[in-house]
Each structure stands twice: as structure tokens, then as C-alpha cells.
Design a protein around this ligand. Structure first.
Ligand SMILES: [Zn+2]
Ligand SMILES: [Zn+2]
Length: 322
């Protein structure tokens, strides 16, 4: 279905259901949120022909933000308001230079390049060079990912793709010039059939459109295969999680991977076990170096709130992750 109201300013007329998103002007949205619904409708109506079209549309196709519930004022295929989107900020605190884990309050050490390393990366070198994530896996960002994954709100992939592109851009100085194979973490066939799409691949496709072509990123969605379903990682120790993942992935097309740099992409980096296992099999298949980029990352709870022995600090923070 394609609906294109005459005079509307913010039309996203793609296929599928069209809903309203809020104004692109945050200050106007703030005012609008403080106002009563009728006043909101009225103020949007008096703002000219486009406002009138929007108001008419709101009456015909009323929709609320799926995250905060406030009425959506503009037409968009993504049922999330600008304020909720603006709240999804990039991680801005001190993180481990290798895995991206939160460092604040934790004992850090520095490698020979003067970069900070968390305890885990210090003890055991990960199979990837570096992992970058856009935001913390909580609040609105977590809900937005769930909208895509569990409720099939496909337009969410566009916003998540822009975030993934930012995470990739952070890694870019470390890439070599021969281009990079982009490999989304695959779903098992049964889950893929059930969901109808692989969110990692969906987000990767959107991200690649945002990244300049001189970065030479090449999507290779069929390189990795998930051979078996894995049980939930919740409550497992690090060792158990690794065992749980063993043999879960196989490189289907090793000839593509041989001697290449590979960027593994996924929606969320929780414990890192999944992307680490992907990186491990890719390296074994001949990949020269593996990087990881995700939209979000589970961050360890700040040290001042934890009272676990130093030995177990990483484990404790990871228990909640999947
Ligand atoms: Zn909202
Ligand atoms: Zn680390």
C-alpha cells in the first residue's frame, strides 16, 4: 500500500504500513508533549497545509510511539517518536579498547600502544582484533531492537543500520586498504524461517548504504552458517557458554574468507561468546583478521554498585547477558 498525502512534508512512502512519527524539530516535540492531545492536534493543524494533511492522516491512521506511547505527529514507517530516538545515544564513557566493555571504576591496564584493556581481554586475547558497539543495550535502544526482532517492525532496521554504520566508522582506522568482507551473524534455519528475516543481515544492509564506498565493504551473508540451535546463554559460566557455542557455526564458503579481513556484524554484543565463536571459525578458515561491530552492547554494571570478588567481576556482569 502506498499513501502519499498532498502537501505533507515528511512522507516516507515505501511499501507497507505508514504511520506517524513526531516532528523533526525536538523543541516543537517537547512543547507538543506537554500539551493536551487536542491542543497537540490543533497546533499541528494550524501549521499550514502540511499540518492539515498530517492532522487528517492522524485521524485516519492514529498511532502512538511504540516506546513511550505519545501520539506520533508526522508520517513515517517507523512507529517511534523523535524524542525516543534522540535518547538513544552512543556510548561516551571509558571502554576497553579491544572488546568495548565499560572501564569506569574497574582496574584498567594499558597495552604497548597505551590503550586500555579490561581484565578479560588482558587474561585471554579475543579472536577478534577489536569490537565496537554504538550504544548501551538498555532502555529505548533495547526496545527498538526488540521491535525489529520480536515484533517484526522492519523499518526499525533503518535507524539501527545508521547506528551500526557509526560503530563501523569507529573501527575504520584499523582496517587495511584491501576491503572488508561483512559477515552478519547467521540465524539457524528454523529460527530464520520462523522470524522471516535475519535482523543482523537486515541491519547490515542498511548500514552499508550509509558507509562511503571507498571503505570497500562487501556483504557476504552466506559465508557463515549456523549449524545448530544453541540454548540460552543466561546463567551459564564463561566456560559453559563457550562449550554451548562450540560447533554452532561453520564457514560455508572458505574460498571467500581466505586471506581476507572480515567484519562480523550483529544486533547485540552481550557476553561476546557468539561473535567470538564466529571470529574463531572465520580465522580457522583463513581470515587474516576479524573485527566485530554491533548496534548495542551489554555494559558491565559500574564497579561502585558491585560487591563481587575481583576474580568473578566479569562473570557476574555477564550472567544477565544472553
Ligand atoms: Zn516515543
Ligand atoms: Zn576487553
Amino acid at each position: 500500500m502506498e499513501i502519499r498525502p498532498v502537501g505533507a512534508t515528511a512522507v516516507s512512502a515505501g511499501r507497507g504500513r505508514i504511520v506517524f512519527s513526531s516532528s523533526t524539530n525536538p523543541s516543537r516535540v517537547t512543547e507538543a508533549r506537554d500539551a493536551k492531545p487536542q491542543e497537540r492536534l490543533f497546533s499541528s493543524m494550524v501549521s499550514g497545509v502540511s499540518g492539515l494533511a498530517a492532522a487528517l492522516f492522524a485521524t485516519l491512521f492514529p498511532a502512538d510511539c511504540r516506546l513511550c506511547g505519545s501520539p506520533l505527529l508526522n508520517i513515517s514507517r517507523l512507529p517511534v517518536c523523535e524524542l525516543c530516538l534522540a535518547d538513544m545515544r552512543p556510548i561516551s564513557e571509558a571502554i576497553c579498547a579491544i572488546c568495548g566493555e565499560r572501564m569506569k571504576g574497574f582496574a584498567a591496564s594499558y597495552d604497548e600502544c597505551g590503550e586500555t584493556r579490561c581484565g578479560l581481554c588482558r587474561r585471554l586475547e579475543p579472536p577478534f582484533v577489536r569490537a565496537s558497539a554504538y550504544g548501551s543495550y538498555e532502555g529505548g535502544l533495547r526496545e527498538l531492537i526488540h521491535l525489529l526482532k520480536y515484533e517484526g517492525v522492519r523499518p526499525a532496521a533503518g535507524v539501527l543500520g545508521r547506528m551500526l554504520a557509526a560503530a563501523v566508522t569507529d573501527l575504520r582506522p584499523s582496517f587495511d586498504e584491501n576491503g572488508m568482507l561483512v559477515v552478519p551473524v547467521p540465524l539457524h534455519r528454523s529460527k530464520s524461517r520462523q522470524r522471516g528475516f535475519n535482523q543482523a543481515e537486515e541491519i547490515a544492509r542498511k548500514a552499508l548504504k550509509q558507509i562511503p564506498s571507498d571503505c570497500h565493504l562487501e556483504l557476504a551473508a552466506d559465508v557463515l552458517q549456523r549449524q545448530r540451535e544453541t540454548q540460552s546463554q543466561i546463567g551459564l559460566s564463561r566456560h559453559q557458554r563457550r562449550m554451548n557455542m562450540r560447533g554452532a557455526f561453520a564457514v560455508k564458503r572458505p574460498e571467500l574468507v581466505q586471506g581476507r579481513e572480515v567484519l562480523v556484524v550483529d544486533d547485540v554484543f552481550t557476553t561476546g561468546t557468539t561473535v567470538s565463536e564466529c571470529a574463531r571459525v572465520l580465522r580457522r578458515a583463513g581470515a587474516s583478521r576479524v573485527f566485530v561491530a554491533t548496534v548495542a552492547r551489554t555494559l558491565k554494571v559500574e564497579a561502585k554498585f558491585t560487591a563481587v570478588p575481583a576474580e568473578n567481576e566479569s562473570e557476574a556482569a555477564m550472567v544477565a547477558a544472553g
